[in-house]
Design a protein around this ligand. Structure first.
Ligand SMILES: Nc1ncnc2c1ncn2[C@@H]1O[C@H](COP(=O)(O)OP(=O)(O)OP(=O)(O)O)[C@@H](O)[C@H]1O
Ligand SMILES: [Mg+2]
Length: 320
């Protein structure tokens, strides 16, 4: 299990402090697929990189705790111990995450040997082939000699997943990892991740701004806004509209549900009015979503709502 407790990450500009993640507590339960949703700039990638200790040095950690499988992660060495071995990550742009100058085989074999110092090259090659087979790459022996530029987008993504899994991690973070793919290939990669979750018991933190994909993939979805956790919703409750936070509803309303009736010329994609505001000192005494919220009242700017284990809102949607 990964436990994140009251994490604050700040950046400082012109003597002012900005909250990039604010009082964020979120657990990842073993075996689940946890979705992380939110508009661009809501802090999804900063959260993912925090789990791996990979954030830029101008993002300052001001308190909070990260516990991975009961071990408190504090130092650079603690992070080195879990990065890759316990938690791996795949990114949006697989082609640029792979090294263009080395073959797929050498990248896989090097990774495997680095994590298994007692393994010789022949054994590592056999494992590399089995990794490619696991991510359903055809003719894996032949593919070992391919360079990244010879692969299609979907195949590059599969190779990146194989590289991430070569070290046998327990947790995989997928940050917008299918966003750049066409819909058909995207579905194949999503199905592959679902298979790995089921068969390998791989716990997945699946980051996306696309709620419809999250609904189809995840056991629970965490909704982030301006670096704050607004709500956690189980998949069934998400699908049946049983959530409490007006921001969750606003996000969900933006998912196009195109039918014959909605398709005529009057059809418009919905958006949320306004933009995410800077989460600065002033926001620490009020709800950060107020200015865009359809349910905001005076109470929302009197104090910061507390997260009650499910959502953070003083004027939630009444669930029927
Ligand atoms: N190194 C940095 N210095 C200053 N601000 C940063 C830095 N990295 C990220 N931020 C800010 O932190 C906020 C969250 O960024 P993040 O990349 O986590 O968003 P995101 O939810 O992943 O967005 P997207 O959907 O576009 O990937 C943004 O306002 C961003 O500008
Ligand atoms: Mg991001």
């Amino acid at each position: 299990m990964i436990e994140v407790k009251s994490v604050n990450i700040n950046t400082y500009r012109d003597d002012a402090k900005y909250n990039i993640l604010y009082d964020l507590s979120l657990d990842v339960i073993e075996g689940e697929i946890l979705g992380v949703a939110g508009e661009s700039g809501s802090g999804k990638s900063v959260f993912a990189k925090y789990l791996l200790g990979l954030n830029d040095s101008n993002l300052i950690l001001n308190g909070g705790e990260l516990i991975v499988d009961k071990k408190i992660i504090v130092s650079v060495d603690d992070y080195k111990e879990i990065r890759g071995k316990t938690i791996s990550m795949i990114f949006q742009d697989a082609a640029s995450a792979l090294n263009p100058t080395f073959t797929i085989g050498s990248q896989l074999i090097d990774t495997i040997m680095l994590h298994n110092p007692l393994m010789d090259k022949k054994e590592a090659r056999i494992k590399a082939i089995s990794c490619l087979r696991e991510v359903e790459i055809d003719y894996p022996e032949d593919r070992l000699d391919s360079c990244p530029h010879q692969l299609s987008g979907g195949m590059s993504q599969r190779v990146m997943i194989a590289l991430a899994l070569a070290t046998e991690p327990k947790y995989l973070i997928a940050d917008e990892s299918t966003t750049a793919l066409d819909k058909l290939i995207e579905r194949q990669i999503l199905d592959l991740l679902l298979k790995l979750n089921k068969e390998r018991k791989l716990t997945i933190i699946f980051i996306s701004h696309d709620l419809s994909i999250l609904e189809s993939m995840c056991d629970r979805v965490a909704i982030l806004y301006a670096g704050e956790l607004m709500e956690i919703v189980d998949r069934d409750n998400m699908v049946s509209n049983k959530f409490s936070h007006p921001y969750t509803r606003a996000l969900r309303d933006c998912v196009p549900r195109i039918t014959r009736e909605t398709l005529p010329s009057t059809f418009r994609l919905k958006t949320i009015n306004g933009q995410i505001e800077q989460n600065d000192k002033a926001m620490e005494g009020r709800c950060v979503f107020t200015n865009r919220c359809t349910q905001a009242t005076d109470e929302c700017i009197k104090s910061k709502p507390k997260f009650n284990g499910k959502f953070k809102c003083v004027n939630p949607i009444k669930i029927a």
